[in-house]
Design a protein around this ligand. Structure first.
Ligand code: ADP
Length: 410
C-alpha cells in the first residue's frame, strides 16, 4: 500500500514538473517571439522615420479635423515652418495652398478632405502654390492618400508634395523661345514660298526643265518648314493651355466627307482608294437613330485637323489598297475608325507613336517626310474634346486608328 502510495506520489510529482517545465518553455518561446516582434516593429518604425527624414519630397499627415500630425524636414524647407511649430496647427494655416488665380485651394477644394470622403488617392498636377513663410511662392505637384485606423475607419490623410518651381520656369522659358522663334520664322518662310511659286509660274518666268525640278524641290521643302512652324506653334499653345476650343454640335459624318474630298486628289495621285463608309442605323435606348444625322459635341475645326492628320498619314504610309473611314456610335460616344492597308507599325513603335517628334525609323518614313508632331497634336485635340484615341496595327497588313467624341445631347 505504502509502495503504491510512494510510486503514485512520484508519478504525480513528475507530471507536475513536466507540465510546469513545458509551460515555462512555452512562455519563454512566446516571450521571445514578442521580443522579436517588438524589435522588428521598432526596426520598421526607424526605417520609416529614416525614410521620411531623408526623402527630398515634402510629407505631412493630417487627422480628420485637418490638424497636422506629422511634418518632415523637406516640408519644413518648402514652407519655412518647423515641425515643432507646425504639428498641431490646422493644415491650411501652414500650407496655405493657392491656385493660379490666388484663390485658396485649402478653403474651397481641400484634397485631403476629398480623400477620406471618396476613399481614393488624389494626384494634383495642376497649378498649385504654397506660400512660403518668407513670402516666396513655391509651385508644387502633390498626391494624397487616406489613412485608416485598426478598425478600418478613416483617421486622416498623408500628403507627399514636390517643389516644381524650377522645372516649370525652365518649361516656360523653353516654350517662350519656341513660340517666338516659330513666329519669327513664319514671315520669311511665307515669303520664300511666294517667290518660289512666282519663279515656277510660266507666265512670269521662263526657266528650263532642270531649274523647274530644283525649284519644285525647294517648294516642297518650304512647305515642310511651314508645316513644322505651324505644328510648333500649336504645341506651345497646347502646353501653355492657351488653345482656344469653341465647342458646338455638328455632324461628324459630314465633316469626314469634306476631309475625304480634300484629300481625294492625293489618294488618286498614289493610285489608292479613299472612301467614307455609310453609317449604319442603330437602335439606342430602344429608339431607331439615323446614323447620318447623329451629331457630336466638339470643336469642328480641331476635329477637321484630327481627321486630316489621320487620313493623310494613312495615305502617306500606304502603297497598295487605300484608306477607309467608318463611324459607329453608342449612347454617349461616336467612334471614328480610320483604317489603311499600309505598312503597319511595330508594337514598339505603337508604344511611342503619340510622343512629340517620334517617327518610326524606316525608309518609308524618311521618304514620306514629316515632323513627328502630327499624332501628338491629334491626341491632344481629341483629349481636349473629351474623347480618346488608340490604334491597332500589324506590320505589313495595315493600321486602324480609332477616336471617340462625345455625342451631342438631344
Ligand atoms: P509625321 O507623319 O509628320 O512624321 P506623325 O506624328 O503624324 O508625324 O506620325 C509619326 C510617325 O508615326 C510617322 O512618322 C510614321 O512613322 C508613323 N505613322 C503614323 N501613321 C501611320 C500609319 N497610318 N501607318 C504607318 N505608320 C504611321
Amino acid at each position: 500500500m505504502s509502495l503504491y502510495f510512494v510510486v503514485g506520489t512520484v508519478l504525480v510529482s513528475v507530471s507536475i514538473i513536466l507540465i510546469l517545465f513545458l509551460k515555462s518553455r512555452k512562455e519563454r518561446v512566446e516571450l521571445k517571439s514578442l521580443r522579436d516582434l517588438k524589435s522588428s516593429l521598432a526596426a520598421n518604425e526607424s526605417k520609416e522615420s529614416a525614410l521620411l527624414l531623408s526623402i527630398a519630397d515634402g510629407v505631412y499627415m493630417v487627422d480628420t479635423e485637418r490638424n497636422l500630425t506629422m511634418f518632415n524636414p523637406a516640408a519644413e524647407e518648402m514652407t519655412g515652418w518647423t515641425k515643432e511649430e507646425a504639428v498641431g496647427l490646422k493644415c491650411w494655416t501652414v500650407l496655405n495652398l493657392k491656385n493660379e488665380q490666388d484663390d485658396s485651394i485649402c478653403q474651397n477644394d481641400c484634397p485631403a478632405k476629398k480623400v477620406w470622403t471618396s476613399g481614393e488617392n488624389i494626384v494634383r498636377d495642376d497649378t498649385c502654390f504654397i506660400r512660403h513663410r518668407g513670402a516666396k511662392s513655391v509651385q508644387v505637384s502633390s498626391s494624397y492618400a487616406p489613412i485608416r485606423n485598426s478598425n478600418g475607419d478613416y483617421s486622416g490623410a498623408i500628403c507627399v508634395f514636390r517643389d516644381i518651381t524650377e522645372k516649370k520656369e525652365v518649361e516656360r522659358q523653353r516654350n517662350e523661345f519656341v513660340s517666338t522663334a516659330s513666329h519669327e520664322l513664319r514671315t520669311p518662310i511665307t515669303a520664300l514660298e511666294g517667290y518660289i511659286s512666282l519663279a515656277e509660274n510660266g507666265k512670269i518666268c521662263q526657266i528650263d526643265e532642270k531649274a523647274h525640278e530644283y525649284l519644285d524641290k525647294a517648294h516642297q521643302t518650304a512647305l515642310g518648314m511651314s508645316d513644322l512652324v505651324k505644328n510648333l506653334l500649336t504645341i506651345t499653345k497646347i502646353e501653355d493651355a492657351k488653345i482656344q476650343i469653341s465647342v458646338g454640335d455638328f455632324s461628324i459624318h459630314d465633316l469626314a466627307g469634306e476631309t475625304v474630298e480634300v484629300l481625294q486628289p492625293f489618294a488618286k495621285e498614289k493610285n489608292l482608294y479613299l472612301k467614307l463608309n455609310e453609317v449604319e442605323n442603330q437602335e439606342i435606348k430602344g429608339e431607331k437613330a439615323i446614323g447620318r444625322s447623329l451629331n457630336v459635341r466638339a470643336d469642328r475645326e480641331k476635329i477637321r485637323e484630327v481627321l486630316y492628320n489621320l487620313i493623310e498619314n494613312g495615305l502617306k504610309f500606304t502603297t497598295t489598297g487605300g484608306v477607309s473611314i467608318s463611324i459607329n456610335y453608342d449612347k454617349d460616344f461616336s467612334t471614328v475608325t480610320v483604317s489603311d492597308t499600309g505598312m503597319g507599325i511595330s508594337s514598339d513603335g505603337q508604344q511611342h507613336i503619340f510622343e512629340k517628334f517620334y517617327r518610326v525609323d524606316n525608309t518609308a518614313t524618311r521618304e514620306a517626310g514629316g515632323t513627328g508632331l502630327g499624332l501628338f497634336i491629334t491626341r491632344s485635340l481629341v483629349e481636349m474634346s473629351g474623347g480618346r484615341i488608340w490604334l491597332e496595327s500589324q506590320v505589313g497588313k495595315g493600321t486602324k486608328f480609332y477616336f471617340t467624341l462625345p455625342r451631342s445631347i438631344d
